[in-house]
Design a protein around this ligand. Structure first.
Ligand code: DX5
Ligand code: ZN
Length: 212
């Protein structure tokens, strides 16, 4: 399991130090939740913050856009230093055009599904996308409870993607108590906010996740 700690659970007054701390703790990627207050009910950060952090860490920048019209902002986030850009299939932008734009910028593309969105919505894009994100909470905030009822969707997705080398990401409420469950159901990238950033020993939590 790859581990992508969510910066949304970091100390926002210390973002540079927080990136460096989580890198030293063995994180594989850094998950950056961009929320616009319209697509989801929170406002986090945007292009300038991503850009300011880019040279503070070598971690892969795994952007999770929870914004309206993501296609409009792909070039700006690519220029800011994103490695992966994941956008929501429930946003207004045409998914195929958005994936093509992300690839044209030289980045990996992810498509995300809110809990109520059926897997069928992602089927036309499975071949094009590098990553599929199954949300296990409603987008917006760290620290929400994991939705175990997303496991059939995750399992069906991982069966469809078997042998295709796709990243299958889960995001929301992931911790030591459910990492085995999401691994069994086919996830290979775990996003984790509170369970990693707020842990007394993040290194130990990341090592634990790496066993799956
Ligand atoms: C929620 C975000 C998540 C969140 C995860 O909208 O997409 O990445 O920060 O935080 P935890 O792991 O605390 O649920
Ligand atoms: Zn996220």
């Amino acid at each position: 399991m790859l581990v992508s700690p969510s910066l949304l659970s970091a100390d926002f007054s210390q973002l540079e130090n927080e990136c460096k701390r989580i890198e030293r703790c063995g994180a594989d990627w850094l998950h950056l939740d961009v929320i616009d207050g319209v697509f989801a009910p929170n406002i986090t950060f945007g292009v300038p913050v991503v850009k300011a952090l880019r040279d503070k860490t070598k971690l892969v920048f795994d952007l999770h856009l929870m914004i309206r019209e993501p296609l409009r902002y792909i070039e700006a986030f690519a220029g800011a230093g994103a490695d992966f850009i994941t956008f929501h299939l429930e946003s207004e932008s045409d998914p195929q055009a958005t994936i093509e734009k992300i690839h044209a910028c030289g980045l990996k593309a992810g498509v995300a599904l809110k809990p109520k969105t059926p897997l069928e919505a992602a089927l036309p894009y499975l071949d094009m996308a590098d990553m599929i994100l199954v949300m296990t909470v409603e987008p917006g905030f760290s620290g929400q409870s994991f939705m175990a009822d997303m496991m059939p969707k995750l399992k069906a997705l991982s069966e469809l993607c078997a042998g295709k080398g796709k990243y299958i990401q889960v995001d929301g409420g992931i911790g030591k108590d459910n990492i085995a469950l999401v691994a069994e159901n086919g996830a290979n990238v775990a996003v984790s906010g509170n369970s990693v950033f707020c842990a007394e020993n993040p290194q130990e939590v990341i090592r634990h996740f790496h066993r799956y």
